[in-house]
Design a protein around this ligand. Structure first.
Ligand SMILES: C[S@@+](CC[C@H](N)C(=O)[O-])C[C@H]1O[C@@H](n2cnc3c(N)ncnc32)[C@H](O)[C@@H]1O
Length: 241
């Protein structure tokens, strides 16, 4: 079977524009972890939908032991064969059917929630993350913002060699197709950030990172004046769950 993510790592660095865009994403993901960590050094962290593991490496700066899981066999192979990631454990697994075998005190996910296409599955994911998390454990989620599906972002992404076409606009989500660097087309669902907040907040005390501030302060404003195309939501597990 073709792995749509086969060329994702190349795509992320195939131009100065791509590298800058993904550096901004990494900076915000890392800031989310740093913010939720405070003075905590996490023991065990889990990165869901870790892909080839480059963002998982950022998690490793804040946790003694890190596990990355991804449903793509090829991405896990790539991660396992990267010497820079040798201290991280990688496992092929679909999080929807994954049975965590231990408790974690940090669970992260970058660009995962947009591959959960049904509201009922978000309930399952939220519950599963909460039960895999130790008391007072932390979460950091990065997912598309409102801007992701705009005409302006679509034009900008085309310059990165990412194509997208939206065919279903609902109050809680926008659904469409994407392809990058000639990959097969696949479906993604960009959930409204406040919808995700509402679904996950029964389990976690959640906050949004100010990604626009990070964009300005990190020097990521360029001539396209693109609003951040993603949100970073972070927080701690609610007490008594
Ligand atoms: C856009 S990539 C992001 C990879 C990585 N987090 C990053 O930021 O580079 C999305 C990843 O989600 C994975 N994925 C999608 N649905 C998944 C699921 N149900 N369980 C585990 N991984 C999943 C895909 O295989 C893919 O590697």
């Amino acid at each position: 079977m073709t792995d749509i993510w086969e060329n994702y790592a190349d795509f992320k660095s195939n131009s100065i524009l791509s590298s800058r865009y993904y550096a901004f994403i990494a900076a915000c993901f890392k800031e989310g972890i740093k913010t939720v960590a405070g003075s905590t050094v996490f023991e065990n962290a889990l990165d869901i939908a870790c892909g080839a593991g480059d963002n998982t490496l950022l998690v490793a700066d804040y946790a003694k032991t890190v596990t990355g899981i991804d449903s793509s066999e090829e991405q896990i192979k790539k991660a396992k064969s990267n010497p820079a990631l040798e201290k991280i454990q990688f496992e092929q697994a679909d999080f929807l059917s994954y049975l965590p075998d231990r408790q974690y005190d940090l669970i992260t996910a970058a660009w995962f929630h947009n591959f959960i296409h049904h509201e009922a599955d978000h309930k399952k994911v939220a519950k599963k993350i909460a039960s895999a998390l130790a008391d007072d454990g932390a979460v950091v989620f990065l997912f598309p913002s409102d801007s992701f599906t705009s005409v302006k972002s679509t034009d900008y992404f085309r310059r990165l060699d990412w194509q997208q076409a939206w065919y279903e606009n609902q109050a809680d989500s926008v659904r469409g197709l994407f392809s990058f660097q000639g990959s097969p087309w696949d479906i993604m669902t960009c959930w409204q950030p406040l919808f995700l907040f509402e679904k996950y907040q029964p389990y976690f005390e959640l906050h949004f990172l100010d990604t626009k501030k990070l964009c300005v302060e990190g020097g990521f404003v360029d001539e396209s004046y693109l609003n951040p195309t993603f949100e970073v939501m972070y927080g701690r597990k609610r007490k008594g769950l």
